[in-house]
Design a protein around this ligand. Sequence first.
Ligand code: HEC
Length: 465
Amino acid sequence: MAKADSFDSERWGRVPCVGLAMALTLTLGGEAIAQTAAAGAPGEADTTPTFSRDVAPILQRSCQHCHQPTGIAPMSLLSYRDARPWARSIQDKVERRLMPPWHLDTTVGIQDYKNDISLTEAEIDTIVRWVDAGAPEGDQADLPGPLEFPRADAWQVETALGRPPDFIVRSTPYTVVANGQDQWWEPQVEFEGFDEPRYIRAAEFKPSFPGGMKVAHHGHAMLRGQDPAEGEARPPSVRLVGMGIGKRFDLLPEGVGKLLPPGPATVRFNLHYFPVGEEITDVIDVGVWLYPAGEVPSKITAGERQFYVDGTHRERLRASDILIPPHGSLVLEDQYVMEQPALLQSFRPHMHMRGTEMSMTALYPDGRRELLSSVNRYDHNWQIAYVYDDDAQPLLPQGTVLMLRAKWDNSAANRINPDPDQWVVFGARGVDEMSHAWIGITYLNDAEYEELAVARAAADTETSP
Ligand code: HEC
């Protein structure tokens, strides 16, 4: 995969620069150009983006946390030396909005997300012009100070919250074969539990480093209370955390928590691996951060819940509604009526290799229809949670219909389609299909809903002219 792009600025980048330098020499003389350019005077020479001044800050913000020696990306983009051989490939991926991985339609729906790493049109333009100009380095004095990155096997939530997890649950090891189809591993681990109810602030799913991080495609960990005594109800199961490439943890806002019922429990892992050409043994650690003992957060959330678009939740055969002909396409829709008001925190579509789009639309009780989020460049290699800014979280009154729409493309135009000549049906392998969204959802009572609706309306009048 990490094939170096043969980028030759000598050959295809120089010509326009030479022409420009000659034109300026005629009017200003060689010395003067060097000085005006260094002083940043306006003029044509100055608008050519350089790595040091214009590109490095973009790479720092949107690329380097993955593209660094211990990151998940195939190559480092820390320095000019690292980035230059990849210039043409960078231009291509950035222009087509394939990198950084953010597959949301940026022209419709909500655009305020906590984890938005997408580039602005101006940033894309800067990178494109930089490469077109021969990817010049510029003056090293313009470089921003280097960033420091936590080790790839550090807890990402620890970096955010400043403290290690309160407890860690470790799966039993599994060896992924070097070559083959998808593999599943569903170990169960006993958890002694707490004597009192506790509330989860965050949880993180950490494959082993470096091997596990290459093969762990997605998975989740569920905590299920042990069999209750005669006549007692089983405590509710808790989904600790779900992981997919590009998404490893759930961190709830301060004051929002997920209930961890007291007592011993079993943690069930559901792990989906994909072989990468070498045999790799992995163990998964799930770290959990709690609110202090005795503290009850003001809002209790259900966390990420699974909303199916295929027929799984209906009384019909699961495979019956996904049947995609060779070179064909399919659209499925499903809807959920909110029986309680709700606040949405995040949207994470899940399909497989033929999946190309998933959108979520709210049909409000007053008849208004609002497209909330549309992932229109879905890529099975990535499982990204789009996490709404606090003020942008969709607030759904009781009776709202939440509509989900999934689209598959089994043609050769789908660049990760393994074989457009196949019929595609429902199944758990990446070459089969499924569709659901993991939606971060907090159900509200009427008073909580009213309070939020009033606060939102007040904020709207303040900001509108
Ligand atoms: C969330 C992690 C992440 C971020 C952020 C990210 N990348 Fe990547 N990048 C990857 C991974 C993983 C791959 C290999 C798999 C793929 O192509 O999807 C990759 C592949 C690439 C490739 C293709 C490499 C090849 O083998 O051909 C380029 C070029 C690239 N990234 C550039 C960028 C640029 C430029 C940015 C920022 C503007 C960026 N990436 C941001 C993780 C990331």
